[in-house]
Design a protein around this ligand. Structure first.
Ligand code: PLP
Length: 386
């Protein structure tokens, strides 16, 4: 199905709601039953009917159908954050005594789950450099149940060869989960490459306006039902109808936003590349990027994140650069309309700063919907003052 049809037409049953163009926010916790038999049926299978909004809801269902179709998946759940999508996807696939292989340095709440929560249930994790397939192969144990991927990650954009990892995992009966937040289903289709579960932080590009938090999980009907019946219900992690409606509204413009952001980011990258104050630039669609060929092979676009290694000697210099930017907000997250800056060294104390470590001098920029020349002018003046 064409992405325009999915985004604009799929699952819109307007004659059910007064022919309104925009679907209603079905703001109810509860649904009425007219007879005993249909209530009993809903008790038996809560996915068969609307029973209670900590479960299915009509507004959320429109979004589920669109996001499943965009990911070319059988089914989808929309949860109240990307972090809960990570939690549910992983927890549903492990039992006490199991083992996980994860890419190194995955998103914070993924590694905190692996390091702080799961060891209490005797589930262990081995982290690997996911840029090489043989590292996954070497880390697999007889009790490995999950391979956790994030391709690209959102700092240095390390990729995994998704098709090869999926093939390897299948040959061992291991479930693959990918955090696809960076690409969204528009720029990468992991299910096509054999990955079992795709998750996204919908807070980022799907929402696109920094005004709501949400998470998406897609996979087979059976896998999604298992998560629906267990982890999602036990955590009560479903998205609210209003937040689902905001995500639906964001989704309408996803394609045009990504197009604009990609074009601006490319221009910003061209400006930053070879700038005398910048030692290195990380951007997956830069021909000098270490995994450029793989990025071109499995991604159809690169979005608004770009990381630079500043030629700074001190913590204060990075602070000065950051403070001099007029149009980049100092904030976490990304994927909204507004450009952002996140220096890696903001996470350490000034006395811990070591200029010899490139990681301390990394600064992640997020290019939003402002015009490229407006942002480039700002970066130029702030780099001048470095
Ligand atoms: N995955 C990635 C790559 C992220 O950057 C984030 C949030 O920053 C998440 C997952 C978690 O999503 P959420 O903030 O919606 O819980």
């Amino acid at each position: 199905m064409h992405k325009s049809q999915i985004i604009n037409e799929l699952a819109e049953s307007r004659d059910n709601y007064f022919n309104a163009v925009s679907p209603p926010i079905v703001q109810t916790s509860n649904f009425v039953f007219h007879d005993f038999a249909s209530l009993r049926e809903a008790f038996e299978d809560e996915m068969s009917a609307y029973l209670y909004s900590r479960g299915l809801n009509p507004t959320v269902d429109i979004l589920r159908k669109k996001l499943a179709a965009l990911d070319e998946a059988e089914d989808c759940l929309v949860l109240n954050s990307g972090a809960s999508a990570i939690f549910c996807a992983v927890m549903t696939n492990v039992q006490a005594g199991d083992h996980i292989v994860s890419v190194q340095k995955p998103y914070t709440w993924a590694w905190k789950l692996f390091d702080n929560v799961l060891p209490r249930y005797n589930v262990t994790t081995t982290y690997v450099d996911g840029t090489k397939l043989e590292n996954f192969e070497a880390a697999i144990l007889p009790n490995t149940k999950v391979i956790y991927l994030e391709s690209p990650n959102t700092l240095t954009f390390d990729l995994q060869d998704l098709e090869a990892v999926a093939k390897l995992a299948k040959s061992h009966g291991i479930v693959t989960i990918i955090d696809n937040s960076y690409c969204t289903p528009l720029f990468q289709k992991p299910h096509r490459l054999g990955i079992d579960i795709c998750l996204q932080s919908a807070t980022k590009y799907i929402g696109g306006h920094s005004d709501t938090v949400g998470g998406v999980l897609t996979g087979t009907k059976a896998m999604i039902k298992q998560i629906f019946d267990r982890e999602a219900h036990n955590t009560g992690a479903f998205i609210s109808p209003f937040n689902a409606w905001l995500l639906l509204r964001g989704l309408r413009t996803l394609s045009v936003r990504l197009k604009a952001i990609s074009e601006s980011t490319q221009k910003v990258v061209e400006f930053l590349k070879n700038h005398p104050k910048i030692e290195k630039i990380y951007f997956p669609f830069d021909p000098d990027f270490a995994q450029y060929e793989l990025a071109q092979k499995q991604m159809s676009g690169a979005c608004g994140l770009v990381t630079i290694a500043l030629k700074a000697q001190t913590y204060a210099q990075i602070e000065t650069f950051t403070h001099n930017l007029q149009h980049f907000l100092l904030a976490v997250s990304w994927g909204g309309h507004e450009s952002l800056i996140m220096p890696k060294c903001a996470g350490i104390r000034p006395e811990e700063f070591d200029a010899a470590q490139q990681e301390h001098r990394l600064v992640r920029l997020y290019i939003g919907l402002e015009e490229a020349d407006y942002l480039i002018e700002d970066l130029a003046q702030a780099l001048e003052k470095l």
